[in-house]
Design a protein. Structure first.
Length: 288
């Protein structure tokens, strides 16, 4: 039969639930990502710092190993796993998550736009929202491997060595670690996906991820110097996220905007990124 005689016919196969359909794209995307040596290498390197933190926790919570060592009391309290310890851990792993998002995020949407594959996706029982959530789940799942998953393992390790009394008094650290990483993963993932959707070249899209944070960080520094106010930090999403971490981990925060202001600016940033993503995810592009 000639190609022009083939008409459109509806899909007549088995229809699965909406949530089951959304897991198809992440499942195949994770398989493809972990076949890339650079991704595997970066994930392996990002596991070094959690191992170092686990070693410090083990040393700090075994008194016999500290006997005879001339260590400052503040450092002993740090390696035993207080809020400052987990803040440093989160700061280091957040950098690895940023590099991993810049490496893998552009490959989530840019190839589909460059090869005009969106009509093939949307001709199936999947909406634009479900497609975006599937790509977001792909990137978020990968970043979770280097962020809150090892973080909760360290928190569980600290709780097991300190006992249930410490867990009852410091459970907010574990909750703050989990919620803080989720906030950072959502922000970084939206930046990577919006850049991937806006620029069809993966290399340029990866550069946009770094440019988003570095440019805004530089802009906040200029605002602080010109107006001589710590409120210039509100323009820096990385600083705003870290300020929220201070509150979650119950640590004395630095001078500058409060938690509510940081939450508002991050929410506005994420909404703008979501609107950019929604505008670019069109099965048909009309050029006027």
């Amino acid at each position: 039969m000639a190609v022009y005689k083939r008409g459109y016919s509806r899909y007549r196969g088995p229809v699965r639930g909406r949530w089951a359909r959304m897991t198809v794209l992440p499942r195949f995307a994770w398989r493809r990502l972990f076949q890339q040596r650079l991704v595997v290498l970066l994930v392996a390197i990002s596991m070094i710092w959690p191992l170092v933190c686990a070693f410090m926790l083990y040393i700090g919570n075994n008194v016999e190993l500290l006997t005879g060592m001339r260590i400052e009391p503040e450092f002993i309290g740090f390696i035993r796993g207080n809020g400052q310890f987990f803040l440093v851990f989160m700061s280091v792993q957040a950098v690895f998550a940023l590099f991993l998002a810049a490496l893998t995020g552009p490959g989530c949407i840019a190839p589909d736009l460059a090869n005009n594959a969106l009509p093939l996706y949307f001709s199936r029982p999947i909406t634009r929202t479900e497609y975006a959530l599937s790509r977001l789940a792909t990137l978020s799942g990968l970043l979770s491997v280097v962020s809150w998953v090892p973080g909760l393992i360290l928190f569980a390790m600290r709780s097991s060595m300190a006992g249930s009394p410490w867990l009852r008094e410091n459970w907010r650290i574990g909750a703050g670690l989990f919620a803080g990483f989720l906030l950072w993963i959502l922000l970084v993932s939206l930046v990577a996906l919006a850049g991937s959707a806006y620029v069809r070249m993966k290399v340029v899209a990866g550069g946009l991820v770094f440019a988003f944070f570095f440019v805004l960080s530089g802009a906040s520094g200029i605002i602080k110097l010109v107006f001589r106010s710590d409120w210039g930090n509100i323009v820096n999403p990385a600083w705003a996220t870290r300020r929220i971490w201070y509150a979650m981990l119950e640590i004395e925060p630095p001078a500058g905007p409060g938690v509510l202001a940081c939450l508002c600016i991050l929410a506005a940033t994420m909404i703008l990124l979501a609107l950019v993503l929604k505008r670019r995810l069109r099965p048909v592009e009309v050029i006027r």
